[in-house]
Design a protein around this ligand. Structure first.
Ligand SMILES: [Cu+2]
Length: 168
């Protein structure tokens, strides 16, 4: 704070018309190291990237963890792992808008669990995985709020679900 005030007043008194461009340059060079420190991974667009990992809870019909968190606007790279070893049931990971899980799940019964990525109620989908498989998806984190996710294999969603918390 002291440093900034000092520079500004010196610029005004000594450099006359120059201070505006000088100040802009100064701010630019200060901002760079701050942004580099601030995030673990950056995309070319300047968007903040975030890696999330989730799996089935072994052979149980549950996700582990069953809660995830990210910031709004982040480019989320989500990895899902089917951690089952014995049962042959397939799992996936489907993220939907609030209060849409039941309806989307019900519709998926007619398609053996396959979810259309064009469905406006759906934010992101990881394809169906057999035991031991790992699949990924990418999406932009929506507006702040709590978004349900579930497995759309018919009959799984009632137990196999969770919440993505999107923060400010
Ligand atoms: Cu499942």
């Amino acid at each position: 704070m002291m440093y900034r005030t000092d520079v500004r007043s010196r610029n005004f008194s000594v450099l006359g018309r120059a201070p505006l461009s000088r100040r802009r340059l100064l701010v630019g060079s200060l901002a760079l190291p701050l942004t580099l420190l601030g995030c673990s991974r950056r995309r070319s667009s300047g968007q903040q990237g975030v890696d999330l990992f989730i799996g089935s809870d072994g052979d149980f019909l549950a996700f582990r963890p069953d809660e995830l968190t990210c910031r709004t606007g982040a480019l989320v790279h989500l990895t899902f792992h089917h951690a089952g070893k014995f049962l042959s049931a397939r799992h996936n990971w489907v993220l939907v808008y609030p209060d849409q899980m039941e309806a989307v799940d019900k519709d998926a019964e007619k398609t053996e669990g396959v979810i259309s990525t064009d469905d406006p109620r759906v934010l992101a989908v990881v394809p169906m995985c057999d035991k031991g498989e790992t699949m990924m998806t990418e999406f932009i984190a929506p507006a702040p709020g709590d978004y349900p996710f579930f497995c759309s294999t018919p009959g799984h969603a009632v137990d196999m679900n969770g919440i993505l918390h999107v923060t400010e």
